[in-house]
Write a protein that binds this ligand. Structure first.
Ligand SMILES: Nc1nc2c(ncn2[C@@H]2O[C@H](COP(=O)(O)OP(=O)(O)OP(=O)(O)O)[C@@H](O)[C@H]2O)c(=O)[nH]1
Ligand SMILES: [Mg+2]
Length: 371
């Protein structure tokens, strides 16, 4: 499965023009001296983040980007013209890496941010530059240098504060549709969501955060099961993950005490499985703050939902926040969104505090908001 938010391109900067050897030749002016001009600079290839662009799809079609070379120098002291740079507009959130070495060249996180992807060659020097009192007729000139060329990988990382993570059909898209302005496709078959959806969650007159709904993840994704785990990169920049768990997945029963114990065991192992998958993709992602959200509360009812949540937390020794919600009936959604907003605000204040020691802030204890 290919996503349109990545592309591999080639960028070629222009070569510098050559400097030349020429002499001034005019009637009645014998030995007019050197007059070879310098070559012009080659054009560079520059990336600019533009918030009006939101996909990398254009770069999947136009793969090779070549800037022109600088003009060569000419006689009569004329310098070669520099070539124009070419500018590639990319969405905010594009990370550019060298396809060969994997080194990060640029991370365009802000609108208008620029990065030079390939530097144009310098123009060579004409023989004008080599004249001296002892060498009045230099026959020396230098060539322009080569422009850089590279193969680059472009990846668009969604800039969201909160990312939804969960098995297919857990109800991620339903939840983002219930809480934000996003209107993703929702259906009762797995892998309905093929591309990440972003939604803005408004929690107050001037308060909001951005949530990302991504395709469902299953165990074995690292080996390509389901849609693979490529899209997990969209979660790398979020501050908080919401691990959405279907409280009553198909085939589960809640009639007897034993059924309920089995169900908790099953949910716990599904959660562990997904965390293992996260770790396989990026251990840092697995260490990110993650809350458990037991979804589809309407199916089992409030009391049973809370009972399952408590049992799950105990079994997993889970200490961060955990909530029961229903995306379908919206029960618990409002409270959850407010808690997320508080948590994000506290994180931001803590960051400002650590950057500026004059601001004092004591972050709330982890799990303080557990219900
Ligand atoms: N009863 C009930 N059904 C729900 C709830 N949330 C989602 N569903 C149903 O569960 C099914 C899957 O919902 P989606 O929101 O598409 O699930 P998803 O996690 O986005 O699934 P993928 O995109 O395939 O990964 C749909 O039939 C929804 O109607 C809920 O809170 N209660
Ligand atoms: Mg979905």
């Amino acid at each position: 499965m290919k996503f349109i938010d990545e592309a591999t391109i080639e960028v070629h900067a222009g070569n510098g023009g050559n400097g030349i050897v020429a002499f001034r030749r005019e009637k009645f002016i014998p030995k007019g001296g050197p007059s070879g001009g310098d070559g012009g600079r080659g054009g560079s290839v520059i990336a600019v983040a533009d918030r009006n662009i939101n996909t990398l799809i254009d770069y999947r079609y136009a793969r090779v980007h070549r800037a022109r070379g600088g003009e060569h120098g000419q006689g009569s002291d004329r310098y070669g013209a520099a070539a124009e740079d070419i500018v590639l507009r990319m969405p905010v959130g594009t990370v550019i890496t060298d396809a060969e070495s994997g080194a990060i060249i640029a991370d365009l996180a802000l609108d208008g941010e620029q990065a030079i992807l390939a530097r144009g060659g310098r123009g060579g020097l004409g023989n004008l530059h080599f004249k001296s009192s002892t060498n009045r007729a230099p026959r020396q000139a230098t060539k322009g240098t080569e422009g850089e060329h590279r193969r680059l990988r472009l990846e668009l990382k969604v800039l969201a504060d909160v990312g939804l993570l969960g098995l297919p059909n857990a109800g991620k898209s339903t939840l983002i549709a219930a809480c934000s302005n996003a209107r993703p496709k929702i259906a009762d078959y797995p892998f309905t969501t093929l591309h990440p959806n972003l939604g803005v969650v408004r929690t107050g007159p001037a308060k909001s955060f951005v949530m990302a709904d991504i395709p469902g993840l299953i165990e074995g994704a690292a080996e390509g099961a389901g849609l693979g785990h490529q899209f997990l990169r969209h979660l790398q920049r979020t501050r908080l993950l919401l691990h959405i768990v279907d409280v009553c997945p198909p085939g589960s029963r809640t009639d007897s005490e034993q059924d309920r114990r089995d169900l908790v065991d099953r949910l716990a192992s599904e959660i562990r499985g997904l965390v293992a998958e996260l770790k396989r993709y990026d251990p840092k992602l697995a260490r990110k703050p993650r809350w458990i959200i037991l979804n589809k509360l309407d199916v089992v009812g409030d009391a049973l939902g809370q009972e399952f949540l408590a049992a799950l937390k105990k079994k997993l020794r889970f200490r961060a926040a955990a909530y029961c919600v229903s995306g379908a009936s919206r029960a618990g959604c409002e409270v959850l969104m407010q808690e997320i907003q508080h948590w994000l605000d506290a994180q931001r204040i803590a960051e400002i505090g650590s950057a500026n020691p004059d601001v004092r802030f004591t972050p709330p204890e982890e799990g303080a908001s557990v219900q």
